[in-house]
Design a protein around this ligand. Structure first.
Ligand code: RAM
Length: 366
C-alpha cells in the first residue's frame, strides 16, 4: 500500500533512548590479597567497551550523475555526521556494471570499512562484492540489490510486490476506464530493482480481473540516460499509436516520458506514471501529463543505508533475519527488523498528485 499524505517518515512515534542508563551492578572483591597493604579494597571498574572506529565508508550508486542518487548520498552524509565515519561517494557516470566493478575493487584495495552499493547488475558485481566481504568489508546494498550472498544487508526502499501493484494501480487510474494499452519505460535492462518491479507488475496485471482490460504491449529500456530515455519514449509513441499510459519506474525515465508527451501535444491522450522525484515532476503533475506517480523518501533511504553500515561495522547486527535495530532519523526513531535474505524495508512509498505535490516538494526538498 502506498502512503497518500506528505508525512515524511514512519518515525513519528518517539522511542525512549535509555543510553547511559545501564543497570549492570559491580561488587568490589571481598578478599584482599594477604600481602596487600591494609587499605581500601581495590575497586574494580568494568572495562569500558572500546568504541569501534567506523572508518571510511564508500557509497557506490548505479551512476553518479543521477539526481536520485545525489539525494540518497545527502541522506547518508547526514547519517555520517550523526554517527561518525568518513563517507565518500564514487561510481560510474553511466548505469553500467562493467564500469561499476572497478569502484568496488578500489574500495576493497583501500580497505574501506563498508561499501554501500546500488547494483547495476546483481550477478555481474557479485564476485567483486564477495571479495570485499572476504577482506572483512561490510557490504550494504541499497536501492537495487546485489545477488544474495554478495551483501550483508540489502536496504530495500519499499516492498517489491507493493511497488508493482502500486504502479499498476496508478496506470489503471490514468487509463480511461482502466482500459487500453500500457508500456513500460525502464532503466537498464540489468537493473535488479526495476526488473523486480516489472515482474511484480505482470503478476498484478494477470492476477486480478480488475486489470483485465489493461494490455502491456512493450517494455523498453532508457538506461537512466535522459537522451536514450527520450528516444525510447518517442519510439513507444510511434510504434503504439493507441498507447494510453507509459509506466516509468525510474526517476530519469518518467521525466523524459512526460517531456515527450508534452512536446508531441499528447497531453490528455497519453498519460505517464511511475517513480519520480516531486521536484522533477511538479510541472507535469500540474500540466496533466502525469496526474499521479510515487516515490519514497530518498534522503531517508541513504540515511538508513549508512546507519545499517555503522551497525554492521560495530557488530551490533550481522545481517541475520530477526535481528532488530533502531534508527534515529531527524523526524524520530524507527525500529527495524531484518527480514529473510538480510533485507530491511524502509517503508511504504508516497503517492503524489496535484493536491499534495507542493507540500512534498517543500518537505522533501528533492
Ligand atoms: C532511478 C534509478 C533508481 C530507482 C529510481 C526510482 O533513479 O533507477 O535505481 O530506484 O529511479
Amino acid at each position: 500500500m502506498f502512503h497518500r499524505s506528505p508525512r515524511i517518515a514512519a518515525g513519528l512515534a518517539l522511542t525512549l533512548i535509555l543510553a547511559g542508563c545501564s543497570s549492570t551492578a559491580t561488587t568490589a572483591p571481598t578478599t584482599a590479597p594477604t600481602t596487600a597493604p591494609v587499605t581500601a579494597a581495590p575497586v574494580v571498574t568494568p572495562a569500558a567497551a572500546t568504541p569501534v572506529a567506523i572508518g571510511s565508508v564508500v557509497m557506490i550508486p548505479k551512476q553518479v550523475n543521477n539526481p536520485y542518487f545525489d539525494v540518497a548520498f545527502k541522506g547518508a552524509q547526514s547519517a555520517a555526521t550523526a554517527l561518525g565515519g568518513t563517507l565518500t561517494q564514487v561510481g560510474p557516470s553511466a548505469a553500467d556494471a562493467t564500469q561499476q566493478i572497478p569502484f568496488i575493487q578500489t574500495a576493497t584495495t583501500q580497505k574501506a570499512s563498508a561499501i554501500i552499493v546500488s547494483a547495476d547488475d546483481a550477478t555481474a558485481i557479485a564476485p567483486a562484492l564477495q571479495a570485499a566481504m572476504a577482506a572483512g568489508i561490510k557490504v550494504v546494498g541499497y536501492d537495487s540489490s546485489p545477488a544474495k550472498g554478495a551483501y550483508n544487508v540489502f536496504v530495500n526502499q519499499a516492498d517489491t510486490a507493493g511497488i508493482g501493484k502500486g504502479l499498476v494501480d496508478m496506470a489503471c487510474t490514468e487509463a480511461p476506464s482502466c482500459t487500453g494499452e500500457i508500456a513500460v519505460l525502464s532503466a537498464a535492462q540489468t537493473a535488479t530493482n526495476q526488473n523486480a518491479w516489472i515482474d511484480a507488475m505482470k503478476t498484478t496485471l494477470s492476477g486480478d480481473a480488475k486489470y483485465a482490460n489493461l494490455k502491456l504491449v512493450a517494455t523498453v529500456y532508457g538506461d537512466d540516460d535522459p537522451t536514450k530515455s527520450t528516444t525510447q519514449a518517442q519510439a513507444l509513441l510511434s510504434a503504439h499509436p493507441n498507447l494510453k499510459v507509459i509506466v516509468a519506474p525510474t526517476t530519469v525515465g518518467i521525466v523524459a516520458a512526460a517531456q515527450v508527451v508534452k512536446a508531441q501535444g499528447k497531453t490528455g491522450k497519453v498519460f505517464v506514471t511511475g517513480l519520480g522525484t516531486p521536484k522533477g515532476m511538479v510541472d507535469f503533475v500540474k500540466g496533466g501529463e502525469s496526474p499521479v506517480f510515487a516515490l519514497w523518501n530518498v534522503t531517508d533511504l541513504g540515511y538508513l543505508a549508512y546507519a545499517v553500515a555503522v551497525d554492521l561495522i560495530n557488530g551490533t547486527i550481522k545481517g541475520t533475519a530477526g535481528e532488530k535495530f533502531t534508527v534515529k532519523f531527524a523526524s524520530g526513531s524507527v525500529d527495524y527488523t531484518i527480514g529473510a535474505d538480510g533485507v530491511v524495508v524502509l517503508g511504504p512509498p508516497f503517492v503524489f498528485n496535484k493536491d499534495n505535490i507542493d507540500q512534498f516538494v517543500a518537505s522533501f526538498g528533492f
